[in-house]
Design a protein around this ligand. Sequence first.
Ligand code: ACO
Length: 431
Amino acid sequence: MKKAEIILEDKTYEMPVIVGTMNEKAFDISTLRKDSGYITLDQGYQNTGSCISKITYIDGEKGILRYRGIPIEELAIKSSFSETAYLLIYGKLPTAEELHTFSVKLTENAMLHEDMLNFLRSYPIHSHPMAILSSMVNTLSIFYPEEFSMDSDEGSVAFDLTAARLLSKIRTIAAFSYKKSIGEPFIYPEPDLKYAANFLNMMFNSPTKKYNLDPDIVKTLNKMLIIHGDHEQNCSTSTVRLVGSSKVNLYSSICAGICALWGPLHGGANQGVIEMLEDIIKNHKNIKGFIEKVKDKKSRTLLMGFGHRVYKTYDPRAKILKEDCMNILNKFHIKDPLLDLALELEEIALKDDYFLSRNLYPNVDFYSGILYRALGIPTNMFTVMFAIGRLPGWIAHWKEMHDTVPFRIGRPRQIYMGEPLLHYTPMNNRK
Ligand code: ACO
């Protein structure tokens, strides 16, 4: 077995080298502090592996993304969201019977307890849908308070039910929060509709105007959810793992993940891209002027939807979404000035040394918002759509962590730089 050596104060410490199935290399420093008194410092976790995982593989240099070994490009075309959710959570593609059982469980758990609607109805009308979603998901832990441990047969049955509840109810919560925001009655889930179609029906059907489910729209939504399914140790997934490592229930762990996703540097960037494009049209005379502002660090302006911690080339998800954007807008004869602007921005940025030298390319959020607009989803719900798609990944990571032996609470260390020692000063002696 290979070993890494670290020399600290003339003493050599050996650490085991871990090599992943795709030849990713690490050395295990978990005993370093015990042996030497040193910790490693890595602000923002740029170079820290927090776990060993079998769920998702990313090669950021080559633009590769695979769920359980299967390329995202294949899943996007050939799979359904329910099937991909099963793959992520249970580690393999389901047989016909397994998929049937899983789908039945989703159908049976699609409704919300009617008492939960009291909470939903009492949120202020302009509440952000991400705030409603996270609150309602945590509220599920009030309605389904039973605790379970993953190390028994009963535990894994309870996990299956909890996962199905979450996967199914999240789309009902999302659609109901939209209906509330526009003052329309809730449209209940239909047992005969599949996952994406059911969501669209709850969002856009109404007692006075029938919503026609277009197969291309349903297919596109399915694809968008699949593409967002998992992305290994990103900010929200790491949050779900960290919060879940305290052994709090799955609903509350997912609630924490939703909150982490909301931020504009993470999943909130899809809303941020549309707001940026609208701002450019309204307030900037030309795109080049806006790009110059982005390059001027003092302006603190980001090109939203560009850049990624892991991808140093074009995000493979953005490639798929860009193509779908063109197809859907063409098919429905939609002329969206924001798409033209996004294409132009991309072209300029990808010729500019600022972006090239920093390997800044479009990420998943650059084109997803334009596509969501074409599907009729309002801008403030884009990150909710991301959360629905990412849910199987969060659940899969929570399960993987709880299945890992030995199980450890997540607890990083720090380097303290505060006062060495001070004594309490009475109020009248303070300055
Ligand atoms: N616009 C302008 N400059 C950028 C951008 C951007 N979008 N992204 C990174 N940079 C610059 C940084 O200022 C930095 O420049 P410097 O080397 O001169 O200091 C350099 O590129 C490296 O960037 P970091 O901030 O160190 O990259 P990090 O990995 O920490 O951040 C992040 C990644 C948060 C995604 C960043 O690229 C960003 O803020 N992008 C815009 C927001 C966004 O689209 N987020 C969605 C990401 S995808 C997802 O989470 C689902």
